[in-house]
Ligand binder design. Structure first.
Ligand SMILES: CC(=O)N[C@H]1[C@@H](OP(=O)(O)OP(=O)(O)OC[C@H]2O[C@@H](n3ccc(=O)[nH]c3=O)[C@H](O)[C@@H]2O)O[C@H](CO)[C@@H](O)[C@@H]1O
Ligand SMILES: C=C(OP(=O)(O)O)C(=O)O
Length: 423
């Protein structure tokens, strides 16, 4: 299996292009199921998760063509389709559940394997299924599959109050509501930029949606959606990750395509830790202010709060900050698996339940470490940049889910990083 080798680094300088968002693309792709006409996505990231979603859509009968080295995805889904999303594909990726709403809206029934739990938490589907049930779906779990059927053959608009602003449930209900009869209101909807991106694309396809980006989204169902071309929004998590590289190593790096509004809460914490961020016409320029990094406290929250998907990377930064930082993980119950690996590199971290106390040390030291999930894997690479000596990260297939060309992007600004191919 491949490994990534990182060597402790001096200041970085240059530009890093930020890709289109994985998490936006993974919800935009299933939107193709809502129309008989082609949907084209530009600025798509080249990731294994996108290949998994491609396979899933193809298994349902969609045509998916990847062009321009994967940056453009042309999709079409006409005529009869298969409504069963098989375990063998769905189990690979949580976001596979995002075909449920579109399939139900298009065909009036669907069988989708439960994605199951994963390393960062149990991640149930009750908010999705309760919302679809409010829209007239009968849903039953049998043989590991959600068997869903719209009463009377089609979904109906409803007022849905989410107990938690779930990103995936907002996306599933939003897509389902575009073709439902009547008006759907989602209260306590997620406000993530990926939701706004999905709504923007659906509107381009003819959907009637208002309120995306706020806690109340209203959708007036229409009879059909048409084709569209849509540019995937910038990946705010890849952006935040690469902003941490000069924060850790020093120097100055511009993250091309970066926007403050995508990473506002994250930038506030960087500022408090001693990192300056400047919006330029082309992106975000990040530099380390003078002196040692300072400890900051971080609590993860739904957008616009500090994202859980940047918590592991932020922890890598805080391992060498002056003082003790307290990180509270409020979204997933088991998202500190990077902590023991960082401790192998000399970090001082004390984890109790959903709280991690990180006391900064003068220097980390390179070590063999193991990636346990996507964001954990990149936090180990960032820590490796801050460490003396060599860090060898294994199980990097986690990384390939969410970061394209990580070696090329980091070495392009002067980092000493290479990928070695194992058996
Ligand atoms: C592909 C994608 O976009 N993934 C993102 C999405 O995941 P995802 O859409 O799975 O995240 P959710 O917002 O749904 O989950 C947040 C919390 O709600 C819980 N929950 C969720 C649904 C449900 O029916 N019942 C329930 O209890 C989850 O277990 C979790 O504790 O948002 C997360 C939170 O920002 C990010 O970390 C993921 O990167
Ligand atoms: C948790 C993540 O992804 P997923 O929801 O696909 O597991 C992530 O992108 O950090």
């Amino acid at each position: 299996m491949d490994q990534i080798i990182v060597k402790g680094n001096g200041p970085l300088k240059g530009q890093i292009p930020i890709a289109g968002a994985k998490n936006a693309c993974l919800t935009l792709m299933p939107a193709t199921l809502l129309s008989e006409e082609p949907l084209t996505l530009t600025n798509a990231p080249r990731l294994s998760d996108i290949r998994t979603m491609t396979q899933l859509l193809q298994s349902l009968g969609a045509e998916v063509t990847s062009m321009q080295d994967g940056k453009v995805l042309a999709m079409a889904c006409h005529g009869e389709i298969n409504t069963r999303a098989e375990y063998d594909i769905v189990r690979k990726m949580r976001a596979s559940n995002l075909v449920l709403g579109p399939l139900l809206a298009r065909e009036g029934h669907a069988e989708v394997s439960l994605p199951g739990g994963c390393a960062i938490g149990s991640r149930p589907m009750d908010i999705h299924t309760d919302g679809l049930a409010r829209m007239g779906a009968e849903i039953e779990l049998r043989d590991g599959y959600l068997h869903a059927k719209a009463r009377g053959g089609s979904l109906k608009g409803a007022v849905i109050d989410f107990p938690f602003a779930s990103v995936g449930a907002t996306e599933n209900i939003l897509m389902a509501a575009t073709l439902a009869k009547g008006t759907t209101v989602i209260n306590n909807a997620a406000r993530e930029p990926e939701i706004v991106d999905l709504a923007t694309c659906l509107r381009a396809m003819g959907a009637q949606i208002e309120g995306d980006g706020t806690s109340t989204i209203e959708v007036q169902g229409v009879d059909r959606l048409h084709g569209a071309t849509h540019r995937v929004v910038t990946d705010r998590i890849e952006l935040g990750t690469y902003m941490l590289a000069p924060a850790i190593c020093g120097g100055e790096v511009e993250c091309l395509g970066g926007r403050i509004d995508l990473v506002g809460a994250f930038c506030e914490k960087l500022d408090a830790a001693g990192i300056s961020v400047e919006q330029t016409p082309t992106g975000l320029k990040v530099a380390r202010k003078n002196g040692r990094l300072k400890a900051v406290n971080v609590t993860t929250e739904p957008f616009p709060g500090f994202p859980t998907d940047l918590q592991a990377q932020m922890m890598a930064l805080l391992c060498t900050a002056e003082g003790t930082s307290v990180l509270e993980e409020k979204i997933f119950e088991n998202r500190f698996m990077h902590a023991p690996e960082l401790m192998r590199m000399g970090a001082k971290i004390d984890v109790h339940g959903g709280t991690a106390k990180v006391t900064g040390v003068g220097k980390l030291r390179g070590a063999p470490v193991m990636a346990t999930d996507l964001r954990a894997s990149v936090s180990l690479i960032l820590a490796g940049l801050a460490a003396e000596g060599e860090t060898v990260v294994s199980r990097v297939y986690h990384l390939d889910r969410g970061y394209e060309h990580v070696v090329r992007k980091l070495s392009g600004v002067g980092a000493r990083i290479e990928r070695v191919h194992g058996a």
